[in-house]
Design a protein around this ligand. Structure first.
Ligand SMILES: Nc1ncnc2c1ncn2[C@@H]1O[C@H](COP(=O)(O)OP(=O)(O)OP(=O)(O)O)[C@@H](O)[C@H]1O
Length: 665
């Protein structure tokens, strides 16, 4: 990529909110001593056109046949021999300076499982990680400037936030105060690095509620640290000058590797958070007026740090030996970089060494064997986000879509049970956070961001505002205006991804992906797909849907794209072309059947709190349903069985009518 030389290009570089770098972890002692050649074989090539001062790097695989996409471009890549301290000097120190001027900074490590995220953020006793190095620097600067430092430490498991500094507290509701600042987590003052280490490293890794279930389940969750810098003697968080966040995300794993229902739910939630982050990064990089922070707890929690003049450093951690999941993570990372100019911190420009293409692998033949045994279709689709839906209709819709679109239906069912068992452990279901993003918030974020950009880079501000004004298509839902968001441009990849689980296409945010090659406008494609999904749901039984063959090569993503239903109905097991009236009648019948079945399924699997959201089901009935489920896992098979809980056919019919009516609201 050509080096930007014009003042405008330089300004643009500096004004970018998100920087995406990779870090290849070193081989562990175990891997170095491994007898398996594959475990200790490097597989990534990094090309740095201008050495350490490169404004972008190209990463490719030692064996090109490993992926359809041959290379990925990121802002930078730190290699095995470049340790945390080197990384810190170049990437984190410049961010720390900004924190004292009110520019919040966020550092997020993400990547496949075992790719070194914790090592980068937390480090070890001998090799401190970025958070530990940063706290030392922040404390020293705070002393010089008459400021004090407090920290919050939390984990997010299954999209629920737990305060690790107040482990007795159950799930923390994330709320915004009147100033739009996030509140909910406790803050503990820190005076020295030793105190910090004691607070963070010397405590149980799980909050109390999770310790109870910890022994039974695997524990993959995101961990986050927020360092608040405030004037000495500040009484509230409102006085906070700047914040620095460090997040060690749970490792990505292709959900088809899920070993059981619990693992599947876990993978879904982790992947959902990754896609939500991806959507947020896109919106931030493109100065969109709406940033979908609420698509995951993590982005919601970070929203006041990411908005305005906040800066985000994404660290894509990479395994040093072949890892299919890392390839997918790389493709996500490079998408986050696309369509925007590169940013090069001053600290990096100063440490320019000679240009050198770096080749990390010499053992290509071994790699070829590894790759050919594992290659799957690369990530051409991406799930942007899923949203938890509160209403019964949405729950039914979600399950229905999933059941029909995915061959993973059975594990999902198991997973719902695992999820609901977790639900039962949490006693804080009633703590309901505010649900809808007020248009005002989005507007404030955009205004605050653009004010800072305008002040710092007047030339750029006028330019980017012109170029990045999103296409607005305001529509009114429930009395509130929502804006359609400019579609995400994908580079060199093709298909679209949609969310199956819990995603109400009608009402949710409309971020989407588009082909770069000038294919039809995204809005029409989106509308078409949305219609097809609705049709798929409404006509689940009679429509002929071509399901993917079982032995189809799997895609590395965890979404199964819904197949287009054909315009035919099943007659005696055969698909026949039907008249419009027949199709319509079949759809209606299918819808009725789906709705009733969805209702029954819901009673068989929902948590107590969810059950109570249904009209006609209160505390007593919900408790009774759970008791019935203890005796038999699926006590309800048909509407007739609802008599067991004292619901008459008439009552059920009335409820269904209401739900159908709501579908068209
Ligand atoms: N730079 C490094 N040098 C030596 N060993 C490392 C390095 N980075 C990571 N490791 C080792 O690799 C292993 C995996 O690292 P780590 O636990 O940080 O990965 P992770 O991505 O956080 O894993 P998970 O996905 O399970 O959260 C650990 O044993 C760690 O000590």
């Amino acid at each position: 990529m050509a080096t930007p030389t014009t003042p405008r290009a330089k300004l643009m570089n500096q004004g970018r909110k998100v920087r995406v770098v990779a870090k290849i972890r070193s081989f562990s002692d175990l891997e170095v001593g491994s007898t398996s050649e594959a475990a200790a074989t490097p597989w990534i090539l990094v090309h740095k056109a201008k050495g350490d001062a490169s404004e972008s790097v190209t990463i490719s695989l030692a064996d090109k046949s490993a992926s359809r996409k041959e290379s990925w471009e990121l802002d930078y890549c730190y290699e095995e021999n470049e340790d945390n301290e080197f990384f810190f000097k170049r990437e984190i120190e410049p961010l720390i300076s900004g924190v004292f001027y009110g520019h919040h900074a966020t550092v997020i490590a993400y990547g496949a499982r075992g790719s070194g995220k914790t090592y980068v953020i937390q480090g070890s006793e001998e090799k401190p990680g970025l958070a530990v190095l940063a706290i030392a620097e922040l404390l020293s600067k705070a002393n010089e400037n008459g400021k004090s430092v407090t920290i919050s430490f939390y984990e997010i498991l299954h999209d629920r936030v737990y305060d690790l500094l107040d482990p007795k507290q159950l799930e923390v509701p994330i709320l915004l105060d009147a100033q739009g600042k996030i509140k909910g987590l406790s803050q503990v003052p820190v005076k020295s690095t030793a105190e910090f280490k004691k607070l963070i490293l010397g405590r149980p890794s799980y909050s109390q509620p999770l310790q109870k279930i910890g022994a039974e389940f695997p524990h993959r969750r995101h961990k986050g640290l927020t360092v608040h810098v405030s004037p000495n003697g500040a009484k509230s968080d409102t006085d906070c000058v700047g914040k620095m966040n460090f997040v060690d995300m749970a490792g990505y794993e292709d959900r088809r590797k899920s070993t059981d229902g619990f693992n599947l739910v876990e993978n879904n939630k982790i992947n959902k958070a990754l896609y939500a982050l991806q959507s947020v990064v896109y919106s931030l990089n493109h100065n969109e007026s709406h940033v979908p922070y609420r698509d995951s707890k993590l982005t919601h929690l970070l929203r006041d740090s990411l908005g305005g003049s906040g800066r985000l450093l994404m660290i894509n951690c990479l395994n040093p030996s072949f890892c299919q999941d890392s390839i997918y993570m790389l493709s996500l990372a490079s998408r986050a970089c696309q369509g925007v100019s590169r940013a090069v911190p001053e600290s990096i420009k100063k440490t320019n060494h000679s240009a050198r293409p770096t080749i990390l692998s010499s053992q290509k033949s071994q790699l070829r064997r590894n790759v050919s045994g594992n290659t799957t279709k690369t990530g051409s689709r991406v799930r942007l986000y899923e949203k938890k839906s509160n209403s019964m209709v949405s729950t039914i819709k979600a399950r229905k879509l999933f059941d029909e679109a995915s061959h993973l239906a059975k594990p999902e069912k198991m997973s719902e049970k695992a999820s609901s068992s977790l639900d039962n452990v949490s006693t804080t279901e009633a703590l309901i956070e505010e649900e809808e993003k007020l248009p005002d918030d989005a507007q404030k974020d955009a205004e605050s961001a653009s004010t800072w950009e305008k002040e710092a880079f007047p030339l750029l501000a006028s330019d980017t505002q012109k170029s990045s004004t999103p296409h607005k298509d305001s529509s009114v839902h429930g009395g509130k205006d929502y804006e359609e968001v400019t579609p995400i441009i994908m580079h060199g990849t093709t298909a679209f991804g949609f969310v199956g689980e819990g995603h109400n296409l009608d009402k949710e945010n409309h971020s989407s992906l588009i082909n770069e090659d000038g294919s039809p406008p995204i809005s029409s494609q989106l509308q078409e797909l949305s219609n097809k999904l609705k049709q798929l749901y409404y006509s689940s039984t009679p429509l002929c849907i071509e399901m993917p063959a079982k032995n189809d090569a799997p895609t590395p993503l965890d979404i199964v794209e819904p197949q287009t239903p054909e315009r035919s109905v099943k007659v005696d097991g055969k698909c026949e072309v039907a008249s419009p009236w027949e199709r319509f009648s079949a759809c209606s019948a299918g819808m009725k059947k789906s709705l009733v079945q969805g209702y029954v399924n819901f009673l068989n699997s929902a948590s107590k709190e969810e059950l109570k959201k249904l009209k006609g089901i209160g505390e007593k009935r919900a408790t009774y349903i759970l008791q019935l489920r203890e005796k038999s896992p699926e006590p309800f098979k048909s509407v007739d069985d609802l008599k067991d809980i004292g619901l008459s056919a008439k009552q059920v019919k009335e409820m269904m009518k209401k739900e159908v009516g709501d579908l068209f609201n």
